[in-house]
Design a protein around this ligand. Structure first.
Ligand code: SAM
Length: 175
């Protein structure tokens, strides 16, 4: 397979894991937005911004470094190694900046970031049924080759719930 070819093929359409700018399907965003009423998209391009207030990489913004103070944030972070940094940023935003953050991420229950920044953070997790069809250049691409989850950080209960992850770790320590 040549370097320029997408890595994953799903049916007739394709999903390239090499790009980090797959956009949230409008219907999925609309459903969550109806529930939460988002005020900030911290990681996007100008063309894929989901809120009036946004931090876009192609405008020279760095959403990780900006304030999320008091915002209701919709975060579909760039996937790959940096997802851990974004999830840690989301956790800090809820704990220290009073932000509610709703993150659309791959279900990665075997990773360190899932255990540290989802389970041990006391975040709420909703598993998405089926595979998300992310958008590219305004059009739907192939179905993602991974399951997705919506992870919710609420300032009022962040870090408080003893998660299954921490219970398992505590049991391991006790054994
Ligand atoms: C998975 S896409 C999501 C786009 C959009 N928020 C959405 O939900 O449709 C993540 C986007 O974050 C951008 N990005 C990466 N690092 C960033 C940074 N430090 N600040 C702002 N945006 C960033 C990427 O270029 C990419 O366009």
């Amino acid at each position: 397979m040549s370097k320029s070819k997408p890595q994953y093929v799903a049916g007739a359409a394709m999903f390239s894991s090499k790009r980090d700018d797959w956009a949230t399907p409008p219907a999925l965003f609309a459903e969550l937005n109806a529930e939460f009423g988002f005020t900030l998209d911290p990681c996007c391009k100008v063309a894929t911004a989901k809120c009036d207030k946004f931090f876009a990489i192609d405008r020279g913004d760095d959403g990780l470094a900006e304030s999320w103070q008091g915002e209701t944030v919709f975060m579909n972070p760039p996937y790959g190694k940096s997802v851990s940094t974004w999830m840690e940023r989301a956790y800090r935003a809820a704990r220290e900046e009073g932000a509610t953050v709703v993150a659309l991420v791959p279900c990665s229950a075997d990773t360190g970031w899932w255990h540290e920044h989802v389970l041990d953070a006391g975040a709420e997790v909703r598993f998405v049924k089926g595979r998300v069809r992310f958008f590219q250049d305004g059009r739907p691409g192939g179905h993602a080759p991974f399951a997705s989850a919506v992870v919710i950080y609420r300032p009022e209960n962040i870090g408080q719930a003893p998660s299954l992850g921490s219970i398992v770790q505590a049991r391991k320590r006790a054994a």
